[in-house]
Design a protein around this ligand. Structure first.
Ligand code: PEP
Length: 253
């Protein structure tokens, strides 16, 4: 199976009508072999699941899930609920959740397990802050996020995961990591997972880059051998830009 994909993270943006319009434009414009995942606001997942029927290159992700299966957690959403809607993916550990909602690796590990238990693929985000990068701690930070968040998984689970390297200093700042900087960390991540699980397992895992991807810089990032695709925030809200980014990873045949 190809490891290539492009994921949109819409965060808390767009109306339902905007969402459908954007998906329709993407589905009409990108080639049938493209693999696109849209992380839509939770309230839109059900109507969008109906809307994407017949759009084979479009898949849906949730942006978050609770770490418990059910119970008195007002306002939260569980993995079995997402599974009952037929949602295939879920972003876990985005830096905005780590920072604003104080989510720690231990809780994220539970979320990842909940998702696997209910047949949903986690898109697990890691990445260092600017201060950590400047202190030379990038690899230590990423290692700890992966070890504590994922290394409890069995081989047959971790080989299904998607990992997004998203340096915090590049998210929503207009300052992307250079293709060389991203490639270095991606190669490190695959090597680290290889050490624990072996090459066969590590080779299955798509590694996405995220952080100020644009229609202009996408190709140079996706060309790198260890970058399998992108997690795209701001630029995924504009159909023309997002389509160009998808085409950078899935050129028309
Ligand atoms: C993100 O939020 O995951 C992200 C990468 O955002 P942006 O593309 O806007 O930097």
């Amino acid at each position: 199976m190809s490891r290539k994909l492009v994921v949109a993270n819409w965060k808390m943006n767009l109306t339902l009508e905007d969402s459908k319009d954007l998906i329709q434009k993407v589905a009409n414009s990108v080639s049938f072999h493209a693999y696109v995942v849209i992380a839509a606001p939770a309230a839109y997942l059900h109507p969008l699941k109906d809307f994407i029927v017949g759009k084979k290159n479009i898949h849906l992700a949730a942006q978050n899930v609770h770490h418990e299966e059910f119970g008195a957690f007002t306002g939260e959403l569980s993995a079995p609920m997402l599974a009952s809607l037929g949602i295939e993916y879920c972003i876990i550990g985005h830096s905005e959740r780590r920072i604003h909602f104080k989510e720690k690796n231990e809780i994220l590990a539970q979320k990842v397990s909940q998702l696997f238990k209910h047949g949903i693929c986690p898109i697990y985000c890691v990445g260092e802050t600017l201060e950590q990068r400047e202190k030379g701690k990038t690899y230590d930070v990423v290692k700890k996020q992966i070890k504590e968040g994922l290394f409890h998984l069995k081989d047959e689970e971790i080989e299904q995961i998607i990992i997004a390297y998203e340096p915090v200093w590049a998210i929503g700042t207009g300052k992307n990591a250079t293709p060389e900087q991203a490639e270095e960390v991606h190669a490190f991540i695959r090597k680290y997972i290889t050490q624990k699980y072996g090459e066969e397992v590590a080779d299955e895992i798509p590694l996405l880059y995220g952080g100020s991807i644009t229609a202009q810089n996408a190709k140079s990032l996706f060309e790198k051998p260890s970058i399998d695709g992108g997690l795209v925030g701001g630029a995924s809200l504009n159909a023309e830009d997002f389509i160009q980014i998808i085409k950078a990873n899935f050129p028309d045949k």
